[in-house]
Ligand binder design. Structure first.
Ligand SMILES: C[S@@+](CC[C@H](N)C(=O)[O-])C[C@H]1O[C@@H](n2cnc3c(N)ncnc32)[C@H](O)[C@@H]1O
Length: 203
C-alpha cells in the first residue's frame, strides 16, 4: 500500500463519509443488525456506535493499519466485543455459517475481488442471516453513468481502489444472495459517487 493510500485515504474517507446525512443512512441500514456481526471494510468504525442492542459481537475485516488505529477508541468505547479478524473480505478465515449479519457500508466499491468477497459473505452467513449494505455504485442516469465510466480509473487511483461503476444489486445477486429489499438514494456530493444502494440480502 502506498503512502497516499495508507495514510491520506483513510482520513479523506472519514471526512467524506462523516456527514450527518451519511450517518443517518448508515443508521437506517444497520438498525436491522443482530447477533454475531461480521463487518467488511470496518475502516475506523463509524458504524460501531450505531449498532442496536440486538448485536452481540462484531468481527471486523479491515486491511488499513491507519484505519484500524483510528478506530481503536470507538472499539474501546463499544458496548459489544469487537475483534479484528482479517485483512481481506475476499479471503475470510472464518468458518461456514458463523454470522447472523454481515455489514458492508461503502466497501463493495473498494474490495478488489468483490465477486469473491460476496461469495464469502454467502458462505459465512447462517441460514436466515442477512447482508446489510449501504453502498454507492452505478447510476441509472445515462449522463451520470457516462461520467462514472470516464472517471472510474482516476477514482480508483486517487481513492484507494474505489470503483464508481459497480452495479451493486447485480453483484449481490450474482453471488447467489437473494435481495430482500433495495432502496436508492442520491445523497449530497458529486453525482458520480453519491447514487446509493441500500438494503438487505440473504443466502
Ligand atoms: C470507503 S471506505 C469505507 C469504510 C467504512 N466502511 C465506512 O463506512 O466509512 C472502504 C473501506 O474498505 C476497506 N477495504 C479495502 N480493501 C478491502 C478488502 N479487500 N477487504 C475488506 N475491506 C477492504 C478500506 O481499507 C476502507 O476502510
Amino acid at each position: 500500500m502506498g503512502l497516499w493510500t495508507e495514510h491520506v485515504v483513510p482520513r479523506i474517507v472519514d471526512v467524506a463519509l462523516g456527514t450527518e446525512e451519511v450517518r443517518a443512512v448508515r443508521e437506517r441500514v444497520v438498525s436491522r443488525a443482530r447477533g454475531e456481526v461480521v463487518e467488511l471494510g470496518f475502516g475506523s468504525g463509524p458504524t460501531l456506535p450505531l449498532y442496536p442492542a440486538a448485536v452481540t459481537s462484531v468481527r471486523a475485516v479491515e486491511p488499513s493499519a491507519v484505519a484500524r488505529r483510528r478506530g481503536a477508541r470507538r472499539i474501546a468505547e463499544a458496548s459489544v466485543p469487537v475483534e479484528h479478524v482479517g485483512l481481506d473480505g475476499a479471503h475470510l478465515d472464518l468458518p461456514d455459517d458463523c454470522a447472523d449479519t454481515v455489514v458492508s457500508t461503502f466497501t463493495l466499491c473498494t474490495i478488489p475481488d468483490v465477486e469473491l468477497a460476496l461469495r464469502e459473505v454467502r458462505r459465512i452467513l447462517r441460514p436466515g442471516g442477512q447482508l446489510l449494505f449501504a453502498e454507492h455504485g452505478l447510476s441509472p442516469d445515462p449522463r451520470t453513468a457516462r461520467w462514472q465510466h470516464r472517471l472510474d480509473g482516476l477514482q480508483q487511483r486517487v481513492v484507494g481502489g474505489c470503483h464508481l461503476t459497480r452495479p451493486i444489486d447485480g453483484l449481490i445477486r450474482d453471488a447467489g444472495l437473494r435481495i430482500l429489499d433495495l432502496e436508492h438514494e442520491q445523497v449530497r456530493g458529486p453525482a458520480v459517487a453519491t447514487y446509493l444502494y441500500l438494503g438487505a440480502a440473504t443466502p
